[in-house]
Design a protein around this ligand. Sequence first.
Ligand SMILES: CC(C)(COP(=O)(O)OP(=O)(O)OC[C@H]1O[C@@H](n2cnc3c(N)ncnc32)[C@H](O)[C@@H]1OP(=O)(O)O)[C@@H](O)C(=O)NCCC(=O)NCCS
Length: 186
Amino acid sequence: MEILQATMEDFDGIVKLLKTYHVDYISAEDKKDGFVTTNLTDDQLRRLIEEENGVTIAKENGRVYAFALAASWDYWKEWPLFEYMIERLEDYQLDGVTITKENSYQYGPICIDKSVRGTGLFEKVFFASLASMKDRFPIMATFINKINPRSYAAHTRKVHTTEAGTFQFNNNNYFLMSCSTSMQPE
Ligand SMILES: CC(C)(COP(=O)(O)OP(=O)(O)OC[C@H]1O[C@@H](n2cnc3c(N)ncnc32)[C@H](O)[C@@H]1OP(=O)(O)O)[C@@H](O)C(=O)NCCC(=O)NCCS
C-alpha cells in the first residue's frame, strides 16, 4: 500500500470512498463503525487537491483505500460548521498554547475502507497527513462527533490526540481534538 499526497488522478477514488461512508449514504450496518459528515463539491475537492495539497491517500493498484483531508481554516471557512469552530477556536488550548486560526489547521475527515481497518493503516495515513502540514502549522485541530466512538477510540488510543474540549453545533455534540504537528508515532 502506497501512502502519498493525492493528485487529480485520484479524484474519482476519493469521491467513491467519501460517498460510501458519508452519513447521507452509509448503510445502517456500516454506520456503527463510523461515518463522515463533511460534504465537498467537486470544485471544493479539486481545490483541496490542487491548491492546498491537502489530501493524503493510501492506494494500491490504482484503488484508493483511505484518505485524510487537511487544510488551512481559510480554505474551510465556507462550511458553516468550520465558520462556527473558527469563531470559538481561541477558547481551546493545547499544552497551554491558545489554538488560533493562524497557528492551527483543520484535519479531517479521515476515512479507511472497511477491508483495511484495524491494520495500522489509520496510523500511517494520520501521521502522513500530519507531516504534510508540519512546515505550515504547529497545531492540528479537528472535531469528532460524540456518536462516532470508533473514531474517538482511534484518535485517542491508536494516535494520541488530546481532547481540548467539547462543543455543540446543529444539535450535534462534538469533541474538539488537537495535537502538535511534531507528534511522532510510538
Ligand atoms: C474511524 C476510522 C478512521 C478508524 O480507523 P480504523 O482502522 O477503523 O481504526 P482501528 O481499528 O485501528 O482502531 C479503532 C479502535 O476502536 C475500537 N472500536 C471499534 N468500534 C468501537 C466502538 N463502537 N466504540 C469504541 N471503540 C470501538 C476498535 O476495536 C479499535 O481498537 P482496538 O484495535 O484496540 O480493538 C475508520 O474506522 C473509518 O474510516 N470509519 C468510517 C469513517 C469515520 O468514522 N471517519 C472518522 C470521522 S471523524
